[in-house]
Ligand binder design. Structure first.
Ligand code: NAD
Ligand code: WQD
Length: 343
């Protein structure tokens, strides 16, 4: 019988791509999402790609009674927990909202897992836990630095909650995945990133500027200590990232490791600067991008990229998409979105 996976936040950006990969690998998926940062139309896109409509329950993970009823209704083998609020700036303005949403959601899941015999949880963490690295590429043994935002702190505390709970003897396993900068969209352009309002992240801002929704991209700083002066990131294709979750779930549920908690960096292992990424966009879109250099954005890390050897060797996962194909997928998705609006 197919294994049943609860995907929280499954209509969101990374969640929807992961649901596609899970269904294509033969898993049954139940999505819960409160649609606070996504749209139920995503389910149509997933269905068109996979030929199968995932079960969807519009629920809030912070609602313990509703989550308990869900666990009772379905017999989950494992969980992938994406549901969280993720805007760094907003978290500075509304810290309690971030702590409540991101911490209570996880605590509810952990509390219910042993009660209903759910064996494992894959958790979405972030390279933000490393702060400004002392050296790059960065591996999983690097120290976690004090968080620079309530959002970043929720990731650190969530990691600690998982570790503490498992160390207390809870009969569950967990794989913590630290994503670098996920970008791009499914090559079919049926699903992709749907930023609400003005995008805070670089790639949606680039594609919206390319298509004319935004007038000009502001590049935050060209005076960093990097070869071209702009910041450096490890941009990881979202489909590559999604595939890592399928491998992680299988590893966890089939007890392939004796460790009850494992941490993996998910990145390409290559750093690319903001200005280099703009050049890639110009190449794949065939048009120049209107951008200007402005001052640094407060709180930005100068440079960070992953040492993904542990994920490569232990998980057997590797990022394979080129940055050109990845930016082309982001551009195709942007064009698809605009066609939908015009129709
Ligand atoms: P997203 O906002 O697209 O997806 C998150 C989904 O969770 C949304 O659909 C939202 O409606 C839902 N949600 C939020 N709170 C909920 C709640 N209480 N109950 C039910 N649903 C809820 O974000 P994403 O980019 O897909 O990120 C997924 C996860 O990965 C998040 O935990 C995020 O912090 C983490 N992450 C993201 C990035 C990134 O750059 N996108 C990087 C590192 C880590
Ligand atoms: C990338 C680079 C900007 C927008 C954030 C979170 C992090 C993680 C991923 C979840 C930076 C520059 C951006 C723009 C720009 N999320 N930039 N003009 O800051 O690496 O990470 O998202 O865990 O926690 O902090 O991503 O896409 O915002 O920025 O020049 O309009 O692009 O300065 O150097 P970041 P980003």
């Amino acid at each position: 019988m197919a294994k049943k996976i609860l995907v929280t936040g499954g209509t969101g950006y990374i969640g929807s791509h992961t649901v596609v990969e899970l269904q294509q690998a033969g898993y049954d998926v139940v999505i819960v999402d409160n649609l606070s940062n996504s749209n139920a139309d995503v389910l149509e896109g997933i269905t068109r790609i996979t030929g199968k409509r995932p079960v969807f329950d519009k629920l809030d993970c912070t609602d313990f009674a509703a989550m308990k009823a869900l666990f009772k209704k379905y017999s989950f083998d494992g969980i992938i927990h994406f549901a969280a609020s993720k805007a760094v700036g907003e978290s500075v303005e509304k810290p309690l909202m971030y702590y409540r949403n991101n911490l209570v959601s996880l605590i509810n899941l952990l509390e219910l897992m042993p009660q209903y015999g759910v064996k494992g949880i894959v958790f979405s963490s972030s390279c933000t836990v490393y702060g400004e690295p002392d050296q790059n590429p960065i591996n999983e043994d690097a120290p976690v630095k004090p968080a620079t935002s309530p959002y970043g702190n929720t990731k650190q505390v969530n990691e600690e909650i998982i570790r503490d709970f498992i160390h207390s003897g809870a009969p569950i396993k967990s794989i913590i995945l630290r994503y670098f900068n996920p970008i791009g969209a499914h090559p079919s352009a049926e699903i992709g990133e749907l930023p609400l309002g003005v995008p805070q992240n670089l790639v949606p801002y680039i594609t919206q500027t390319g298509i004319g929704i935004r007038q000009q991209l502001s590049v935050f700083g060209d005076d960093y200590n990097t070869p071209d002066g702009s910041c450096i990131r490890d941009f990881i294709n979202v489909v590559d990232l999604a595939k890592a979750h399928v491998i992680a779930v299988e590893r966890m549920l089939e007890n392939k490791s004796d460790d009850k908690v494992e941490i993996f960096n998910l990145g390409t292992g290559t750093g690319l600067s903001v200005l280099e990424l703009i050049k890639v966009f110009e190449k794949v879109s065939g048009k120049p991008l209107n951008y200007k250099i402005v001052g640094r954005r407060k709180g930005d890390i100068e440079q960070i990229w992953a040492q993904p050897d542990k994920a490569n060797n232990v998980l057997g996962w590797k990022a394979i998409e080129t940055i050109e194909d990845t930016m082309a997928s982001a551009w195709k998705w942007q064009q698809h979105l605009c066609e939908k609006v015009v129709k």
